[in-house]
Design a protein. Structure first.
Length: 313
């Protein structure tokens, strides 16, 4: 190998060393003085951190430990951006306070891995050319936006599950309230009954019950329930319950009205899907069924015509 062929390998090695140094700098522990000051502010800090270290181990613990440093570059600049990120993660099922930091750190980590792969492939295959740098940026960009794509898919799947399981939960909630249970006890009962068939909506009901037991106002808990799920029907249900609690009207009647409206909406969606069936069946009919029918019906006649033409003098 001559000197020109060694240049891409040298550049790749230099980038690798720089990134390792940067990670080592970001992950460096704080000074002993700052640790002592933190202990003076919170005497239970050391015991709590020790318990968390024993509880969390492996790659998850490493990522959580490195999350503050890795996510510093992507930290939202305003409270609005931070709240949007928290809502998106909550819609996907991640309501932990450390979820935004872990998500941003994951984006940075996977983006750096993509840069490594892009640099290794692009610089060794194309060298110091436009295609080499294009491969580096393309793979790095894919790695950076891959967690965002995964988050969008998780949000969509969880919203769909909550939407499909909500009518059954709402009907059971109506039965419990009309049987004499309060709203809190009815939500707890629904969470117990549907724990295996609808774990997503049961987890949201359990979180709402826990917040109510801790003393939060019911208005705020129901509002957060609608925002946390991200489902329009759940937001409408939360708004109806808030209005019923504010004006002192019957919660059972409000739940029954919402249940009837959701049942009508489900039937309308079923009718819409049935109406789309004829259009959706055109493509498989044209591509797969019509050619087979054409061969079966026209094939024998075509063979007879070819044989007749060949036998004629």
């Amino acid at each position: 190998m001559n000197f020109v062929e060694l240049i891409p390998w040298a550049i790749f090695g230099g980038i690798t060393i720089l990134l390792m140094v940067a990670f080592g700098h970001f992950n460096s522990s704080s000074s002993r003085a700052s640790e002592r000051l933190d202990e003076l502010r919170d005497p239970t800090r050391r015991a709590r951190e020790k318990a968390e270290q024993e509880k969390n181990s492996g790659m998850g613990a490493m990522l959580k430990k490195a999350a503050p440093a890795l996510s510093k570059a992507l930290k939202p600049k305003t409270e609005l951006e931070e709240s949007k990120l928290k809502v998106s993660l909550a819609n996907a099922g991640y309501s932990s306070p450390a979820a935004p930091q872990v998500f941003l750190a994951l984006k940075v980590a996977i983006g750096c891995v993509g840069l490594f792969i892009g640099a290794g492939y692009g610089l060794t295959t194309y060298g110091l050319t436009q295609n080499g740098f294009l491969a580096l940026g393309l793979v790095g960009g894919i790695g950076f936006y891959l967690p965002q794509l995964g988050l969008a898919l998780l949000k969509k799947g969880r919203k769909q599950k909550i939407f499909l399981s909500m009518p059954d939960a709402l009907d059971l909630l109506v039965v419990c309230v009309e049987a004499g249970l309060g709203l809190d006890a009815a939500m707890r009962r629904v969470a117990e009954e549907l724990e295996e068939t609808a774990p997503e909506i049961c987890a949201e009901f359990n979180a709402a019950n826990m917040q109510l037991q801790m003393g939060r106002p019911r208005r705020e808990v129901l509002h957060d329930l609608g925002v946390r799920t991200g489902v329009d029907d759940m937001r409408a249900l939360a708004a109806i319950l808030i209005q019923a609690d504010k004006f002192g009207s019957s919660i059972a009647q409000a739940l029954r009205v919402q249940s009837d409206s959701m049942r009508i909406k489900r039937s309308q969606m079923a009718e819409e899907q049935a109406a789309k069936t004829a259009v959706k069946m055109i493509f498989p009919l044209v591509l797969f069924i019509f050619p087979g029918i054409f061969v079966v019906l026209v094939g024998p006649a075509a063979i007879m015509m070819i044989e007749g033409l060949l036998t004629d003098p």
